[in-house]
Design a protein around this ligand. Structure first.
Ligand SMILES: *Cc1c(COP(=O)(O)O)cnc(C)c1O
Length: 697
C-alpha cells in the first residue's frame, strides 16, 4: 500500500491536515461545518471524506480560506477544541487492546459490514470522549466490504468499493527511528509480512494491519483484501494475522498492553501471543494461561451456534502446529480449548475458545445473555459452565443524533448536560418541555432531508444511464413527505425477516393505499455476497415495490451504509424490526432511531425487552414458539399499524401537529437516550477494564 501525500496547504491553515487524519471531526458538528465552509462542492464530491476534500480543493480556494477572517475564526475555534480534546494519554499507562475484525467509524473508512463493526466504531469514539486508555486493533481491507447494485430484475450484484486505500484517512505507522513498522507474522511458513497503519479516532489510535505488500505472494496479499470473504482457510489466515499479528504490532510499537478485549471470536488468537510471553517468563502452561485469562474479556455477538467460525482440525494443525511447538504451547491443551462438546468432531470453535481463554464473557443484551448462556452451557472452564453476563449495547449519541437540527434542539432545551452526562436519565427529563410543534417541525425537516437524499441517489443512477424506468419507481420516485413512513434498513438475511410485512399482500395493500391515511415503506440493506436466500428476499421486496397494487408506496434504496443510515434513522416516522426471536442479539439501529425521536415498532427481541416501556414505541411477539409463526407475527404487526399507529399519526390538531404521536416520540428520546447510549455501555465495560488492568477479573 502506498501512502499518498496531501497537496501543500497554506501555513495558516496547515492544521487541516491533522484534522483530516483524525476522525474526531466526524462527530463534532463544528468541525464538519469547517469542511463544508472550506468548499461545499468538494465536500459533497468527496463523499464527506476530508482526505479527498484536500486533494480536490483548488489552491485558489485554499488561499482564499487562509485569508478569510470568517473562515479563520471558525478554523481557530475548531482547532482549539480539537487540540484540547485529543491530548494524548500517558504513553506508559497500560492499555486495553480492543481487537475487532470490523470497525465502522465513518464512511470514509469502509472497514465494516454491519452492526458489529458500527458498535466497535462507537466504542472507540466513546473511549476517546471518556479518555479511556484504549487502543483498537484491526485489519485494513484494501477492497473494503462490498457496494451494492440492484439489477433490473431485482437481483443484488456486488461492485468493489469505490474508495481506494489512498483515500482512507489512515497513515503508515512509524517506529521511533522513522521507519515503517513491518514484520513477518509468526505462524506462516513461508513468512507473511504485514505493515501497520494508523487511523486516529479522537484520542484513541486504531492500528490496522495490511498484508498488501510487494514482498508477499499474491495469495498472501489477499489476506487483508476483503472483509469476510473467501473460504475457511482464507478466514483462518485472516484471523491469524489479526490476532497474532495484532499483538506483535502492539509489541513492536511499544504499546503496554494491560488487558485484552476480544470483540467477537475472530481475533481470539491474540491470546496465543500473550500466553507464549507468559511461558517465556518460566510459568507452566496452566499458570501462564490463567494469567492471561485474568486480563482477557470477550464479547459474543451471535445467538446462533452456526454463526461462529469453526475451523477443521487439519487446517488448524497445518497453520498453527509449528508455531505452538516453537512457543511451547502444548498442542492437546490448545485444541481442547476450542472444543465444542456438542459438536466435538466439527473442528476448532472460535467462540468456545474465546469463552475458555477469557474470565469475563459478555453478551450484548440481557436476553442474548440468557440465550448465549443456554447455547454455550456445555463449554466449561475449570469444571464450571460458562457464565455469560449481558452488557447491552449502546450507541454513540454525538454520531447518531442528527447534528443540524436534532442536536441543536437538544442544545437549546437540555443545554450542555446531554453532551456531558448523556447516561444520566435526569438530564433527559427536559425533553418533555419541548413544545410539540417544535419537535414536530424538526422531524418534518429531517424527513424532507431524507427524501431529498433518496431522490438525489435515484437521480444520479438515472443520469448514469444504468437504470431503467422501473428503477425510478423502486428507488422512491413516489414517496410523499406527508405520508406515514416506515423504515426497514438492515442486513438482508432470513432471520431478520425483511418480508414479514409482505405476508398478507391484500391487507398490506389496503394499509398502504388507504385514500385518507396512507402508509409508505422505505427498505434498504445489503445481503452478504454468499447469502443466496438474503438476495432472494431482497428481490422479493424489489418486486413488491414494482407491484401496482401497492401504489408506489414501497421503495428500496440501494447500498445501505453508515451515511444512508444517518438519514434513515432520523427521517422515517417509525422504525420497523421483525427478526425471528431469539436471533437478534441486540440490534442497534432501533436505538439510533429512538434517540432521534423515531419510535420503534419491533418484535420483543434483542434490546427491545429492556427498552420498551409501553409508551415509547410498539412491541409484539417476543416469545419463542415452535413451528411457523409468520402468520401470527404478521397479524400482530398489521393490527398495531391499523389500530394504533396509523390513527395516532393522522390524528392532527388544528395546528396540524399529531400530539399523541409526538408524545411517543418524546418518550422514545427520553427513555432510550440515557440507557442505550455508548456512555452507559462503556461505563459497564470500564468496570471490567479496571478489573482486567489490575489482573483480577
Ligand atoms: C446501526 C447499523 C447497523 C446495525 O443495525 P441492526 O439494528 O443491528 O440491524 C448495520 N448497518 C449500519 C450501516 C448501521 O448504521
Amino acid at each position: 500500500m502506498d501512502c499518498p501525500s496531501l497537496p501543500p496547504l497554506p501555513s495558516r491553515i496547515a492544521g487541516l491536515a491533522d484534522l483530516a487524519y483524525n476522525l474526531w471531526w466526524s462527530w463534532n458538528p463544528e468541525a464538519r461545518e469547517l469542511w463544508r465552509a472550506l468548499d461545499l462542492q468538494a465536500y459533497r464530491e468527496a463523499g464527506h471524506n476530508p482526505v479527498r476534500i484536500l486533494r480536490l480543493v483548488s489552491p485558489e480556494a485554499l488561499a482564499r480560506a487562509a485569508e478569510s477572517p470568517d473562515f479563520l475564526r471558525w478554523y481557530d475555534r475548531v482547532m482549539e477544541r480539537f487540540r484540547a480534546e485529543t491530548v494524548a494519554l500517558d504513553p506508559r499507562a497500560p492499555r486495553v487492546a480492543y481487537f475487532s475484525a470490523e470497525f465502522g467509524v465513518h464512511v470514509s473508512l469502509p472497514m465494516y459490514a454491519g452492526g458489529l463493526g458500527i458498535l466497535a466504531g462507537d466504542t472507540l469514539k466513546e473511549a476517546s470522549d471518556l479518555g479511556l486508555p484504549l487502543v483498537g486493533v484491526g485489519l485494513v481491507y484494501s477492497q473494503g466490504y462490498v457496494r451494492q447494485r440492484i439489477r433490473d430484475d431485482g437481483w443484488q450484484e456486488e461492485t468493489p468499493e469505490a474508495l481506494t486505500t489512498a483515500d482512507y484517512p489512515i497513515r503508515p505507522e512509524r517506529a521511533k527511528d522513522g521507519s515503517p513498522v513491518r514484520f513477518a507474522v509468526p505462524p506462516f511458513d513461508p513468512p507473511v509480512h504485514v505493515e501497520v497503519w494508523r487511523a486516529q479516532v479522537g484520542r484513541v489510535p486504531l492500528f490496522l494491519l495490511t498484508t498488501d505488500l510487494p514482498e508477499n505472494a499474491p495469495w498472501d496479499r489477499e489476506i487483508s483484501g476483503r472483509l469476510y470473504t473467501g473460504d475457511l482457510e482464507g478466514r483462518l489466515r485472516q484471523e491469524l494475522v489479526l490476532g497474532i499479528g495484532g499483538m506483535r504490532a502492539l509489541d513492536a510499537l511499544g504499546v503496554p498492553v494491560g488487558a485484552l478485549h476480544l470483540n467477537e471470536g475472530h481475533p481470539a488468537f491474540a491470546v496465543l501471543e500473550r500466553w507464549a510471553a507468559a511461558l517465556q517468563r518460566g510459568l507452566g502452561w496452566r499458570e501462564a494461561l490463567e494469567e492471561v485469562r485474568r486480563t482477557t474479556l470477550f464479547t459474543t455477538h451471535t445467538p446462533l451456534r452456526a454463526g461462529t467460525d469453526v475451523f477443521p482440525y487439519p487446517l488448524v494443525e497445518k497453520h498453527l502446529l509449528p508455531y505452538l511447538e516453537r512457543v511451547g504451547i502444548p498442542r492437546e491443551e490448545f485444541l481442547a480449548l476450542g472444543l465444542d462438546p456438542e459438536n466435538p468432531g466439527a473442528g476448532f470453535n472460535m467462540t468456545a475458545f474465546a469463552i475458555r481463554v477469557s474470565r469475563a464473557t459478555n453478551a450484548v443484551s440481557a436476553r442474548h445473555a440468557e440465550v448465549a448462556g443456554r447455547i454455550w452451557a456445555s463449554v466449561r472452564t475449570d469444571g464450571e459452565p460458562a457464565k455469560i453476563r449481558g452488557i447491552t449495547n449502546g450507541v454513540h449519541l454525538p454520531t447518531w443524533i442528527e447534528p443540524l437540527r436534532v442536536q441543536r434542539l437538544l442544545d437549546r432545551y437540555l443545554g450542555p448536560a446531554w453532551r456531558e452526562r448523556p447516561a444520566d436519565p435526569a438530564v433527559w427529563e427536559t425533553i418533555l418541555e419541548i413544545p410539540d410543534e417544535e419537535l414536530w417541525r424538526v422531524h418534518e425537516e429531517r424527513k424532507g432531508a431524507m427524501l431529498a437524499e433518496i431522490a438525489s441517489r435515484a437521480r444520479r443512477r438515472w443520469a448514469e444511464g444504468s437504470a431503467g424506468a422501473a428503477w425510478a419507481v423502486v428507488s422512491g420516485a413516489f414517496l410523499d413527505p406527508r405520508v406515514l413512513t416506515l423504515g426497514f434498513a438492515r442486513r438482508f438475511t432470513s432471520y431478520k425477516r425483511p418480508t414479514l410485512l409482505l405476508h398478507d399482500r391484500d391487507r398490506l395493500a389496503r394499509i398502504l393505499t388507504d385514500p385518507l391515511r396512507p402508509v409508505q415503506i422505505v427498505f434498504a440493506g445489503k445481503a452478504h455476497p454468499a447469502d443466496h436466500e438474503g438476495k432472494r428476499l431482497l428481490q422479493e421486496v424489489y418486486r413488491a415495490a414494482l407491484d401496482p397494487r401497492f401504489g408506489g408506496r414501497i421503495a428500496l434504496v440501494e447500498d445501505y451504509d453508515q451515511h444512508l443510515a444517518k438519514y434513515l434513522v432520523a427521517g422515517v416516522d417509525v422504525w420497523l424490526n421483525t427478526p425471528l426471536p431469539p436471533l437478534e442479539a441486540s440490534g442497534t439501529s432501533g436505538m439510533k432511531a429512538s434517540v432521534n425521536g423515531v419510535p420503534v415498532l419491533s418484535i420483543l427481541d434483542g434490546w427491545w425487552p429492556e427498552g420498551f416501556t409501553g409508551e415509547n414505541g410498539w412491541a409484539f411477539g417476543g416469545e419463542e414458539v415452535a413451528g411457523d409463526r409468520t402468520a401470527a407475527d404478521a397479524e400482530a404487526l398489521y393490527r398495531l399499524l391499523e389500530e394504533e399507529i396509523v390513527p395516532l399519526y393522522y390524528d392532527r390538531g388544528p395546528d396540524e401537529v399529531p400530539h399523541g404521536f409526538v408524545r411517543v416520540m418524546k418518550e422514545a428520546i427520553r427513555t432510550v437516550a440515557p440507557r442505550f447510549s455508548a456512555r452507559r455501555m462503556m461505563g459497564e465495560y470500564t468496570e471490567l477494564y479496571r478489573g482486567a488492568l489490575e489482573g483480577r477479573l
